[in-house]
Design a protein around this ligand. Structure first.
Ligand code: SF4
Ligand code: SF4
Length: 215
């Protein structure tokens, strides 16, 4: 009910399906479900349904809002983009190192290859053609990435790391001919969980505001 005040139901279903089918975000339904559970636990503490019960708000509404926050940038309702929000909150990264230890592929765009090699000449042997997009590249040694320090979880080529590492947990994709940052939905990444939580709080408040306006 609340979500319908923010987005048309059919459009939501279409966007949701597209997001689940997207290879770029690698957001499997299982992973999305785990992330949504993690966000739900935190959102319940931030926005108690009891307070809004009189308006007909339920826990189901919270879950629907979270599902919307997974896929909708706040810029769609006049707020910050995913990029702006993530940039404003570097503290949400707990430096757990999972993204460097567990990523299934570390993508290198063909246009950044030379720049990376200029800074790290020894990287040449560590780069192979990308398996999905052969015009681009990827790091050879992953899970863990050979550049992650096992004790500190820090990156030994931090200042010249690939773009995909700089923007994590956001992933740059092309949508309708435009570049767009989506969240890589990982329940084990605090940065990702916090981003969806923050968006959920803002979307929830906006939907309640619109609901009260209607009453
Ligand atoms: S981005 Fe996420 S997975 Fe990577 S170190 Fe930060 S919290 Fe951990
Ligand atoms: S290059 Fe650095 S930031 Fe990227 S995955 Fe490896 S250790 Fe992590």
């Amino acid at each position: 009910m609340l979500r319908d005040l923010l987005i048309d139901k059919e459009l939501f279903n279409e966007l949701r399906q597209r997001a689940l089918n997207s290879e770029e975000g690698e957001n499997s339904p299982e992973e999305v479900e785990l992330l949504e559970k993690a966000v739900f636990q935190r959102l319940k503490k931030k926005r108690s349904v009891k307070k809004y019960k009189k308006l007909g708000v339920s826990k189901g509404d919270l879950k629907e809002i979270i599902a919307l926050a997974d896929i909708l940038g706040l810029d769609a309702i006049g707020g910050q983009s995913n990029y702006e929000l993530a940039k404003e909150h570097p503290e949400w990264c707990t430096i757990c190192g999972r993204c460097c230890r567990e990523s299934e592929s570390i993508f290198i765009h063909k246009d950044e290859l030379n720049i990376l090699l200029n800074f790290n000449s020894d990287l040449e042997k560590g780069i192979i053609r990308n398996k999905l997009y052969p015009e681009h590249y990827e790091l050879k040694e992953i899970q863990p990435c050979k550049f992650v320090d096992p004790e500190t979880n820090c990156c030994s080529i931090y200042n010249s790391r690939p773009q995909v590492c700089r923007s994590y947990p956001l992933v740059l994709i092309e949508s309708n001919g435009k570049a767009k940052n989506i969240i890589n939905l990982r329940h084990s990444c605090n940065y990702s969980v916090q981003l969806v939580l923050e968006k959920s709080i803002i979307l929830f408040d906006e939907a309640v505001r619109r609901l009260m306006e209607k009453k």
